[in-house]
Write a new protein. Sequence first.
Length: 369
Amino acid sequence: MTSLFDPVKAGDIQLANRIAMAPLTRNRSPGAIPTAMAIEYYSQRASAGLIVTEATAISHQGQGYADVPGIWSPQQVVAWKKVTDAVHAKGGKIVIQLWHVGRVSHDSLQPGGKSPVAPSAIVAKTKTYLINDGVGSFAETSMPRALELAELPGIVEDYRRAARNAIDAGFDGVEVHSANGYLLDQFLRSGSNHRTDAYGGSIENRARLMVEVVNAIVKEIGAGRTGIRLSPVTPANGASDPHPQPLFDYVMKQLAPLNLAFIHIIEGATGGARDYQQGDTPFDYAGLRNNYRAAGGKALWMVNNGYDRALAEKAVDADADIVAFGKLFIANPDLPARLKQHGPYNEPDKTTIYGGGAKGDTDYPALGG
Ligand SMILES: Cc1cc2nc3c(=O)[nH]c(=O)nc-3n(C[C@H](O)[C@H](O)[C@H](O)COP(=O)(O)O)c2cc1C
């Protein structure tokens, strides 16, 4: 029987256990540069088999929220290097989640105050988070403009450069954020992609940008250091598609030959119902994985959304390789030790999740602390 606490290798990355810290945006990086607080926050959580960082913008255009970090400039690389050094000093492993928000942004966060970009000029109908004069507030996302065909190679290049920067910053690898209604997910789904060129219409066309991005990153840093996050049915940020199964089965066929380190699947609505469905039939996650394996895919299978210890143990004993925990890691820096002894668990303070200082970030006690 496989346990959550058994070691495993994800591509080139040796993990001490099968417990991952899911990516968690915390809005504490003013000027898009992680601070000393990030060094402490992530090193406190180094007992996770794998840390996936908070979503991190690949470019200024990829920004959609106040005070989220980036990985496009030399200063950001220097700041992240201190984080990866601290995690490695404690024996942990850490990959960075590479993010372009697409239409989930606000003019005020974009270069020159311009419109955010998207596959098509369709507003996300969701909210983003702004901080003005130190005060945080939620605001409607702005109307995006459709990306020109000629701009798409530049987006792929921004991902490639971000992946190179990540390795220079000492990360063990990257997770491509292709979930939760952000840019790559916007291209994948018919609700947000109304293009009539080679990047819209058919499933093959809608998946094209994501496939190009993953291939460019694999070429740059190696498949053994590359993972991807997908959320086949989530409605997050206005994501919608009535036929997710054939879409994501096609995505699996494209990813299978690449030999990625891991595939990270959010089951259901992110942070919500695990049995959430888009379209007429429940999504078949086992079928998705079986199709991936049948196509020769060998990446580790990481699952997420609403897992507790019992559900996670069941999953790794069946067919998942790694379980990612989100909210539990906010308030429990030593989550693996707590899972091992069946708790107790600290409760997160809802008022200090997005933005702010050390309170609610680095001050949650470890067991015996
Ligand atoms: C505060 C917060 C921030 C999040 N930030 C991100 C993010 O940056 N990238 C991402 O892919 N998902 C993000 N998520 C989703 C989580 O990674 C995870 O999918 C979700 O919380 C469900 O897992 P859980 O039930 O273990 O918390 C965030 C969730 C929360 C609660």
